[in-house]
Write a protein that binds this ligand. Structure first.
Ligand SMILES: Nc1nc2c(ncn2[C@@H]2O[C@H](COP(=O)(O)OP(=O)(O)O)[C@@H](O)[C@H]2O)c(=O)[nH]1
Ligand SMILES: [Mg+2]
Length: 213
């Protein structure tokens, strides 16, 4: 769950998506700045933390990487329970992985925490010659489902920091807007689209955050 201290936001973030889409590689790139051509599939639990400076605040991500359970096409909801953010990853060279990503979106919409900020990452963008999923198709899907979308490459690092930064910015932006107000409930004016349930959840989140201040 996201919690806010003095200009510090702690946020649990989970990665979802098909086996082999590049979830562990994205985490490795973001946390350690590395890439392994033959990334071993994750065995056991994998937890990382990484802090990002976003304007004059910091966001500390507690990152949960799936421990290979995605192979069985089911993940215990306890994995994503309480997550403030999720990155749903597919591989742009695999239409199957894109379909699987859509299933994850549905599952989160049905069972996930409505507070969650959800990003869609079209990974392996460096493999342009093997591309099967167009950026336009994914962008349209993302817009229809209130997600934000980027194509990434864990290999070249393209857009990897950006996607985490954008999640942090999104969480902080609304929090700060609310925190500046006094005791009155502010009608937040967001400069990005969120669904109604996300919006009301953000308001609840901000109230809790302000109570902590
Ligand atoms: N070309 C390329 N390969 C990638 C990229 N990201 C991951 N891979 C490779 O894809 C394979 C699966 O990656 P992994 O991170 O284990 O996927 P996970 O099962 O979703 O965690 C590994 O061999 C990675 O080296 C990428 O952006 N570009
Ligand atoms: Mg993995």
């Amino acid at each position: 769950m996201a919690s806010m201290g003095h200009n510090n936001l702690n946020a649990k973030l989970v990665l979802l998506g098909d086996m082999g889409a590049g979830k562990s590689s994205l985490v490795l790139r973001f946390v350690k700045g590395q890439f392994l051509e033959f990334q071993e599939s994750t065995i056991g639990a994998a937890f990382f933390s990484q802090t990002l400076a976003v304007n004059d605040a910091t966001v500390k991500f507690e990152i949960w990487d799936t421990a290979g359970q995605e192979r069985y096409h089911s993940l215990a909801p306890m994995y994503y329970r309480g997550a403030a953010a999720a990155i749903i990853v597919y591989d742009i060279t695999s239409t199957d992985s894109f379909s699987r990503a859509k299933k994850w979106v549905q599952e989160l919409q049905k069972q996930g925490n409505p507070n969650m900020v959800v990003a869609l990452a079209g990974n392996k963008a460096d493999l342009e010659d093997k591309r099967k999923v167009t950026a336009e198709e994914a962008q349209l899907y993302a817009e229809e489902n209130g997600l934000f979308f980027k194509e990434t490459s864990a290999k070249t690092a393209a857009n990897v920091n950006d996607i985490f930064y954008e999640i942090g910015r999104l969480l902080l932006h609304v929090t700060e807007q609310y925190l500046v107000s006094d005791n009155t409930m502010l009608q937040l004016e967001l400069d990005f689209p969120v669904g109604e349930s996300t919006f009301s959840s953000i308001v609840v989140f901000c109230k809790e955050a302000r109570a902590l201040k």
